[in-house]
Design a protein around this ligand. Structure first.
Ligand SMILES: NC(=O)c1ccc[n+]([C@@H]2O[C@H](COP(=O)([O-])OP(=O)(O)OC[C@H]3O[C@@H](n4cnc5c(N)ncnc54)[C@H](OP(=O)(O)O)[C@@H]3O)[C@@H](O)[C@H]2O)c1
Length: 291
């Protein structure tokens, strides 16, 4: 089976919410001969982009949808916990002959497993309010009847968004919390895994929900230490979470309230995808070389 793609040639993709992951995906599939039109909430200069903003009701011109075969949505839930794409474009999507819709979700829907592994067969148990909203959006997508595949993602990193950038921008805090781990995924593996699944769609069993995570959940301190070592610098002394938490933003605090290891067995064993960056060390070397 292919780990790279070519048979997607000539397909037309809409990338709704072309931020960090969406841009990487768009750039990659264009190289494979696909058309990729991308949305943002405000006007951009490039001719392949269009405006979609569910907050002010700005929807794309009908012509944008002509001939679309594939859609990737990277847009988070709205403030009420509804999916912005389905709320604004449901009729439009239903009128198309779509082969596939991908929806980028989060592993936050699993909640806190106190460090245990979680997989797609585990019942979601959201802890944060935003994760309840996310789970609701997943449900809306599933109930839409559209040919959607949902990808649950842990912390996304890659060139321009990694611990190196945090160090460079002096936004680094080394916090230690006993037994706490985080799962993560390099942005290139999100794109490549999705392309792999699309490329092999006819041979693989269709799973509606798939985790895309690397092999090695680990502590944040271990990752930061690795970056300082690569830079040849001394890492600041870690601060205990209990001492640091008052100074953290509510969002930063919330990340430390959940502790889970996200399993990629469905993707990497059952479905046969080979990670490019199977752990943070290889992934960060890539970020280091591209920073
Ligand atoms: N960052 C992480 O570590 C992480 C982890 C797990 C899951 N996720 C989820 O995975 C998805 C992709 O993540 P990312 O970090 O690549 O996203 P990102 O860079 O934040 O991009 C999000 C995109 O959604 C667009 N958007 C937001 N609200 C919108 C609305 N109401 N109407 C229309 N467009 C809207 C943004 O428009 P503009 O371009 O105009 O800003 C942007 O293009 C997101 O849903 C994110 O929540 C992220």
């Amino acid at each position: 089976m292919n780990n790279t793609a070519s048979s997607l040639n000539n397909k037309k993709f809409l990338i709704l919410g072309c931020g960090y992951s969406g841009s990487f995906f768009a750039k990659t599939i264009r190289k494979l001969g696909c058309t990729a039109l991308t949305s943002s909430r405000s006007e951009r200069k490039d001719s392949d982009s269009f405006v979609f903003n569910s907050e002010n009701g700005r929807v794309p011109n009908r012509k944008i949808f002509d001939g679309v075969t594939h859609i990737l949505s990277c847009i988070p839930p709205d403030k009420n916990g509804n999916d912005p794409v389905l709320s604004s474009l449901n009729d439009e999507l239903k009128s198309l002959s779509l082969e596939w819709i991908g929806y980028l979700s989060t592993t936050g829907v699993y909640g806190n497993t106190r460090g245990d592994w979680v997989s797609e067969i585990d019942e979601p148990n959201p802890f944060q309010n935003r994760s309840h909203k996310r789970l609701n959006c997943e449900k809306e997508w599933i109930e839409s009847g559209l040919p959607v595949q949902i990808y649950r993602l842990p912390g996304i990193y890659g060139p321009g968004r990694s611990t190196f950038d945090a160090i460079k921008n002096k936004k680094i805090r080394v916090i230690s919390k006993k037994n706490q781990v985080f799962s993560r995924i390099h942005v290139a593996d999100i794109t490549n895994a999705i392309i792999y699944l699309l490329q092999n769609k006819n041979y693989l069993k269709f799973y509606q929900i798939i985790n895309i995570a690397d092999d090695e959940p680990c502590s944040q301190q271990e990752v930061i230490q690795y970056c300082y070592d690569l830079l040849g610098l001394t890492m600041p002394k870690p601060v205990l979470f209990e001492d640091a938490k008052e100074e953290l933003s509510p969002m930063a605090q919330s990340f430390w309230m959940e502790n889970r290891r996200v399993s990629n067995k469905l993707l990497c064993e059952t479905l046969g995808y080979k990670l490019i960056y199977k752990n943070y060390r290889i992934g960060l070397q890539n970020c280091y070389l591209n920073s």
